[in-house]
Structure formats: C-alpha cells, structure tokens
Design a protein around this ligand. Structure first.
Ligand code: NAD
Length: 288
C-alpha cells in the first residue's frame, strides 16, 4: 500500500489527513508545531521532513505560505528522499508554485499544484473544491487521493501556478464580497437598520454573496467571529492576487484598494478571524 505524507497538520491539513486514513491510506504526518499533538487518530506522527520523506512516495503540503512551502520542497528534494510526487494544497501564489516545481523537478520529483477552497468544514466533510494544475498522467495518478477530501475537482491547467491563479482569483472575489458586505452593513446600522434584517434582505436580493449567506449568519450575527479562516491568510491571498494581477498588467484598481483594507485590518487585529472585519470596521466608524 502506498504511504502518503502530510506536511502541515493545521486547520486544513489535519482533517484532510484524517480523510486519507479513513480512505484506507497509510499516512505519516509532520508539523513543526508538534506532530504528536497535531496528528489526528490514525496518522503516524514523524519528527522531521527527512523522516517523512524516507517513507512517503506522495507528499501533501498544507502550509501557511510560499516561503515555508519552498523550504519544505528543498528538504524533500534531498538524497534519501522517497518522495516522487508533491501535492501542493496550500495557497502560495504563482511565483512560489513555479519555484517549488523547479526545485522538485531538479530532483526528479513531480509537483501537482492543487490549492483548495471550502474551508475547514469542507476538509472534514470531503467536499472541498480543488483547482489542479499538472500533466494529465499525473492528474490520473493523484485523482483518487484528492477525491478523499475534494468533491469538486477541476483540472485547470498543466503548468505549476495555474491552480494558484484560479484559487487567488476566487479568494479575491470572496474577500471583496466580505469587505463590501461588512462596509455596507456598518453603513446600514449607522442609518438605523437592524443588522440581522440587513442580512435577511440581502439573502433574498441581488446583494447576496457567500458573505451574507454563510459568513454573517454563522460568525457575525452570532458574535462568535469564528468562521475558521485567519485574516492573516486571507490578507496573504488578496495581496498575492494584487501582486499577480499587477505583474500581469491585468486590471487591478479594485484589488489594490481591497488589499489595502485587508492589510489595515490584519495589522490592527493580527490573530483575528476573517469575519471580525465587520467588528473592526464598526469600531473604526464609532471612533470617528
Ligand atoms: P494553519 O495555520 O491552521 O496550518 C498550517 C500548519 O502548518 C500549522 O499547523 C503550522 O504549524 C504548520 N507549519 C508551518 N511551518 C511548517 C513547516 N516548516 N513544516 C511543517 N509544518 C509547518 O493554516 P490552515 O488554515 O490549515 O491553512 C493551510 C493552507 O490552506 C494555507 O495556505 C491557507 O491559505 C490554505 N487554505 C485555508 C483555508 C481555511 O479555511 N483555513 C481554506 C482554503 C485554503
């Protein structure tokens, strides 16, 4: 039986590793914050990338950013590594995905660029969307693995970075919808409207987005601000989208101001959940 390695056992990595175990795979897991504490039941914790690479032919990455992902790819590309395929599930941007692919290719390891959407609930329930870029043969090889946690698989291209491009544009739209809904809701409350009713009206009107249908009801109206996606990660995604669109000379005026808003929020509230953007904007408004 093939052994899979998972690097990064955080909010997304741990439930995805769990689903590989229940799918019958042998799974080894490594996390710099402590593999033994973070490995879910059935995942064998290992103490280093080298230990993971000594047993795992296919390695899945669920890491915070491109700098870390590239360092892990370097460690996987050393002599003694049994890794043959690395599947990138993290959102790291186009340039970092290309750099990871090049580093691995030099050691004859294939790179599958496969960022995900659908959050922690999607990872646990096996309903993630995956945007996969790799050659068709590799796609056929990894598809059964990816189907363990993804119910919507899209083969969007063959070049490393094309999965990231699809993911970044999706998250830019998601971040913009949350920013627009939060700003508009602060305006509405200031005009004397009821926040719950604003969301109710939006959800049966043309302003409906995933911000009004999901994020506000679950995490803002309840006052819990616990949607499960860190503002720092969303800020990274929007910033990567802005930089990529500018580098490509694509239209980027909206991206520039949305990225600036997320940076301001993330600077003021570094550990916040994305849904706390509403609370942040409301408190700024009160302070004026
Ligand atoms: P997270 O911070 O919960 O998990 C990342 C894990 O990586 C942490 O446990 C951290 O200790 C570990 N890590 C950091 N450096 C490491 C290293 N050098 N070696 C091994 N492990 C290391 O983040 P997350 O929410 O699970 O997100 C992971 C990736 O998935 C990110 O790229 C994010 O943008 C993307 N993503 C997240 C969501 C979401 O809803 N949380 C949704 C879609 C995509």
């Amino acid at each position: 039986m093939m052994t899979l390695g998972v690097v990064g056992l955080g909010r997304m990595g741990a439930p995805m590793a769990s689903r590989l175990v229940t799918g019958g795979y042998r799974v080894a897991g490594f996390d710099v914050a402590g593999s033994a504490n973070l490995a879910p039941p059935g995942v064998t914790p290992v103490a280093s990338i080298a230990a993971l690479a000594a047993t795992s032919e296919v390695v899945l990455l669920s890491l915070p950013n491109g700098t870390i992902a590239h360092a892990v790819c370097n460690a996987l590309a050393t002599p003694g590594s049994r890794a043959r395929v690395v599947i990138e599930l993290s959102t790291i941007g186009i340039a970092a995905a290309s750099a990871c692919a090049a580093t691995l290719a030099a050691a004859d390891i294939a790179y599958v660029d496969a960022p995900v959407s659908g959050g922690v609930a999607g990872a646990a329930g096996g309903t993630l969307t995956l945007m996969v870029a790799c050659d068709p043969d590799r796609y056929r090889l990894v598809e059964p693995i990816l189907r363990r946690f993804g119910s919507n698989l899209f083969h969007v291209g063959q070049r490393a970075g094309q999965g990231q491009a699809m993911k970044l544009l999706n998250n830019f739209i998601s971040a913009t919808a949350l920013a627009a809904t939060s700003e508009a809701a602060v305006f509405g409350v200031q005009a004397g409207l009821d926040l719950a009713q604003i969301i109710e009206v939006l959800n049966v009107s043309s302003g409906r987005t995933t911000a009004s249908s999901d994020k506000f009801p679950r995490s803002v109206l309840t006052g819990r601000y616990d949607f499960g996606f860190a503002a720092a990660l969303m800020t990274k995604d929007v910033q990567l989208y802005f930089e990529s669109s500018r580098a490509a000379a694509a239209p980027d005026g909206l991206a520039e101001s949305v990225a600036a808003l997320w940076r301001r929020f993330n600077m003021a509230c570094p550990d916040a959940d994305i849904t706390a953007l509403y609370r942040f904007l409301a408190s700024e408004e009160r302070a004026q």
